[in-house]
Design a binder for this molecule. Structure first.
Ligand SMILES: Cc1cc2nc3c(=O)[nH]c(=O)nc-3n(C[C@H](O)[C@H](O)[C@H](O)COP(=O)(O)OP(=O)(O)OC[C@H]3O[C@@H](n4cnc5c(N)ncnc54)[C@H](O)[C@@H]3O)c2cc1C
Length: 459
């Protein structure tokens, strides 16, 4: 038997363990530091509903890894077990709510004229953005989303669209976030002169999307991790919780010792800084690189408001983003019970999920009560009402958002090259923070360590 330990039972570790148990002759153990599985994915009862997510609430269907896993572990398929948002549209808040321009590709406009219809941009901002159509291609050795987007479209489009959208996904400051690490934008930047025209061509060339873009298990995102781990355990894996792994060392008999116990291979599915401490004894240089991966903190405040609280300007909207130029603490607001039909409480209450904190805007000065006060004051001022919540839940996601600094890919390549045979790192710190990327990375790492141990992976 080849003995493999998966360290960490977030979605990446769960996917790695699931992949490992599909192959014969592999003894799999999952060790999790916390008393629960899921990592930064968590779902709990709220406002009379059984399952309202505290973190991630959806995964992309375009990258199929998460939906395929959900189906494989018995959570159903899109439309049958997996549910999708209602279709309410997001807005940008700049002295009021403005619709997002139509045809955006991760904040990149596909037609300057669409910018004019939003009321978000002055004439100079629109003219500057239209300059992208003729502007020369800038040689790109900087690898910064902000620098690229400002050059192509000017500061307003960068601030109000590109940085607002990309920043909300990664809790990032796009001026110091890797362009290469966001493939959709990297593709536009690499393709040629005008990002607007390239984005328009990409949209026209893409297969028509019939059906929703996002989905989630109707039982909450935690059930994706639970069901994946249950499937691995049913196939022989062992799960140990409240069991933080501390170190790895080489075994005199070949293979490794994990906290002193022999093991043939290890998948490290923890945040990079934790992986750094664990591998330091067997891979000093990768450990140093891993310890340099920065993270950002976010506090998610979930509110239940009495029925009919939201002003009519919010109706039909899924929420709004607050660009940095007008941000105080709140970065994004999801009108969660408008976004998701299965999150509509029976008594008609409205659920809001409000995010504070991002790279460059720490939140560690706010305790739960202060975070709630900030959210109530800012959201009330943004949309002009006096929120009087009947229930409040505060979830602190400290260090949960890895920050891909410029040239992040080089760091990841060096770590992967430098890890000794049979040791693989995987997860949100490396090749994408979205759940599909984490699932794919966990499964890749599992197959990689199996090959290293001479196990021929089943196709
Ligand atoms: C608020 C929020 C909203 C998000 N929204 C979305 C969304 O809507 N859609 C989307 O696709 N993505 C979203 N994401 C991103 C996505 O949820 C994460 O990138 C992904 O869940 C990370 O999974 P992971 O397994 O790589 O890491 P983690 O979830 O961090 O798991 C790592 C695990 O390792 C464990 N661990 C740590 N140290 C040790 C140790 N020494 N020994 C053993 N175990 C250890 C931890 O306890 C943890 O369980 C969101 C993230 C957050 C925080």
């Amino acid at each position: 038997m080849t003995r493999v330990v998966v360290v960490g039972a977030g979605i990446t570790g769960a996917a790695a363990a699931y992949e490992l148990t599909r192959h014969h002759g592999v003894d799999v153990e999952i060790r999790e530091a916390s008393s629960r599985v899921g990592g930064v994915i968590a779902t709990s009862p709220f406002a009379g509903l059984d399952a309202v997510d505290e973190g991630a609430d959806a995964f992309l269907l375009r990258s199929p890894a998460a939906a395929e896993l959900a189906t494989a572990v018995g959570l159903g398929t899109a439309g049958d077990g997996l549910v999708s948002p209602t279709g309410a549209s997001a807005a940008i808040w700049v002295d009021g709510l403005h619709p997002l321009p139509t045809g955006l590709m991760l904040g990149v406009p596909t037609a300057p004229v669409a910018l004019a219809r939003t009321g978000l941009f002055g004439p100079l901002g629109i003219v500057r953005a239209a300059g992208d159509l003729v502007r020369r291609h800038e040689p790109r050795d900087h690898d910064s989303i902000g620098r690229w987007a400002r050059h192509r479209f000017g500061n307003q489009v960068h601030d109000r669209l590109v940085d607002a959208l990309v920043g909300s996904i990664y809790a990032a400051d796009c001026d110091r976030f890797s362009l290469a690490a966001v493939p959709q934008l990297a593709d536009l930047a690499a393709a040629g002169r005008s990002a607007t025209l390239t984005a328009r061509r990409r949209r026209r060339g893409a297969a028509p999307i019939d059906g929703p873009i996002f989905a989630t298990p109707s039982t909450g995102m935690q059930s994706l991790v639970d069901a994946t781990i249950a499937a691995a355990v049913a196939d022989g894996a062992r799960l140990t919780t409240s069991a933080p792994v501390r170190y790895l060392e080489r075994s005199a008999r070949g293979g490794y010792l994990i906290d002193g116990e022999p093991v043939d291979a290890v998948v490290l599915a923890t945040p990079a800084r934790i992986a750094a401490g664990i591998v330091a004894g067997v891979a000093a240089e990768p450990a140093e690189l891993l310890s340099s991966v920065a993270t950002a903190d976010v506090i998610m405040v979930t509110l239940a408001l009495p029925a009919g609280s939201l002003p009519t300007a919010c109706h039909g909207r899924s929420g709004y983003l607050v660009p940095k130029s007008v941000q105080r603490r709140v970065t994004a607001v999801s009108f969660a019970s408008h976004k998701w039909a299965h999150w509509q409480p029976r008594d008609g209450s409205e659920i809001l999920r409000v995010s504070i904190g991002r790279d460059g805007a720490p939140v560690d000065d706010l305790d739960d009560a202060a975070a709630t006060d900030v959210v109530l004051a800012e959201v009330g001022a943004h949309i002009g009402f006096n929120p009087a919540p009947t229930e409040v839940r505060v979830t602190r996601w400290m260090g949960a958002f890895p920050q891909y600094r410029p040239h992040h890919h080089q760091l990841v390549d060096a770590v992967q090259r430098g890890c000794p045979t049979g040791i693989a790192v995987a997860g949100s710190s490396y090749n994408g923070i979205g759940i599909p990327a984490c699932v794919a990375d966990g499964r890749r790492a599992a197959r990689e360590v199996l090959s290293a141990c001479g196990v021929v992976p089943v196709p």
